[in-house]
Design a binder for this molecule. Structure first.
Ligand code: NAP
Length: 320
């Protein structure tokens, strides 16, 4: 059975984004052995939005799966899919943005992306490894990097552009100078890190929020067990005959954001789609709103006395 995932218009051109997306970042990164088959199964189940990034090393197998899905007729045309990829920090230099996107498109065997995101407000030396050394950390020139992103739209290589991991303060700064405003801010968001302030800010400014690590990213370097071990969520799930994952995904969906979850397990991929025919009660939402808040993603590799961000507080502009 194929599920029908609701969509919502976003960005200045009103393009629709499917509200439940399929993440492809497997930890450790690059562990994508069976990804082609997994994506084909996901498409059969009804997933249409796939989230990748240059740094995940999942673009190639995702591209192979898309080509195969089209050949098999699982989707009628490329336009039936919504594909997001991201610019890694060592390409966050004005002149490297378009070539980096062209490389992602080659990997994906696609002519265009639906959404191209700046992965972090961070610039690394081009030759930096994924885990950067102190000397790789460079000042982030937001305005010029964004010009590169805008060129991607002008060239028809990306329908929409956006950012990830931007605080309200950085978004505000970007909105003040951008000729094409960011359509999306993709950020960590789940019941244990609800992003209330950022969501209110984005709502006011017309920026769509996309939630990554909606289940807390258990088992990854950037996630923790805090969400899946949360007692309040456990109680709600048990009382409703749902899983904690379903409660988290339903909660995020009810906040009006799009959600990017990752599961490479067929049973859980299907389970996570069963969130659209029930709702949380006002009491349950109230209980979730009172869960103590802790940011999961600490990104210690980008913080250094020698780099542009000297502390986690500085990186998130005090919004922690
Ligand atoms: N923009 C950014 O900076 C950024 C950062 C992080 C992530 N992302 C994107 O967001 C996606 C999702 O985030 P994430 O991978 O951090 O975290 P997540 O979706 O919160 O959690 C993934 C983990 O939850 C497990 N899981 C999935 N469904 C489950 C269920 N029903 N019951 C129990 N466990 C379940 C998965 O295991 P199984 O696979 O074994 O099911 C996996 O270990 C990523 O893949 C990536 O595309 C973006």
């Amino acid at each position: 059975m194929a599920y029908n995932i609701p969509q919502l218009p976003m960005g200045s051109n009103g393009k629709s984004i499917p509200l439940l997306g399929f993440g492809t970042a497997e930890y450790p990164l690059g562990n994508t052995e069976n990804l082609k088959e997994i994506v084909l199964r996901a498409i059969e189940l009804g997933y249409r939005h796939f989230d990748t990034a240059a740094v995940y090393q999942s673009e190639k197998p995702l591209g192979e799966a898309i080509a195969e899905a089209l050949k098999l007729g699982l989707v009628k045309s490329r336009d039936d899919l919504f594909i997001t990829s991201k610019l890694w920090c060592n390409d966050a230099h004005r002149e490297r943005v378009v070539p980096a996107l062209r490389n992602s498109l080659r990997n994906l065997q696609l002519e265009y992306l639906d959404l191209y995101l700046l992965h972090w407000p961070m610039t690394l030396r081009p030759e930096a490894e994924i885990l950067p050394k102190e000397e790789d950390l460079l000042p982030f020139e937001m305005e010029s990097v964004w010009e590169g992103m805008e060129e991607c739209v002008k060239l028809g290589l990306a329908k929409c552009i956006g950012v990830c991991n931007f605080s309200c303060k950085k978004l505000d700064k970007l909105l003040a100078t951008a000729k094409i405003p960011p359509a999306v801010d993709q950020v960590e968001m789940n019941p244990v890190w609800q992003q209330k302030k950022l969501r209110e800010f984005c709502m006011e400014k017309g920026v769509h929020v996309s939630a990554y690590s909606p289940l807390g990213g258990r088992g990854t370097a950037w996630g923790s067990n805090r969400v899946m071990d949360c007692e309040v969520l456990h109680q709600i799930a048990t009382a409703r005959g749902k899983t904690i994952a379903q409660v988290c995904l339903r909660w995020a969906y009810e906040q009006g954001v799009s959600v990017i979850m990752k599961s490479f397990n067929y049973e859980r991929m299907e389970q996570n789609l069963r969130i659209f025919d029930w709702s949380l009660s006002p009491e349950e939402l109230q209980k979730i709103s009172r869960i103590p808040q802790v940011r999961g993603c600490t990104l210690l590799g980008f913080i250094s006395n020698k780099g542009p961000y000297k502390s986690i507080e500085e990186f998130w502009d005090g919004e922690i």
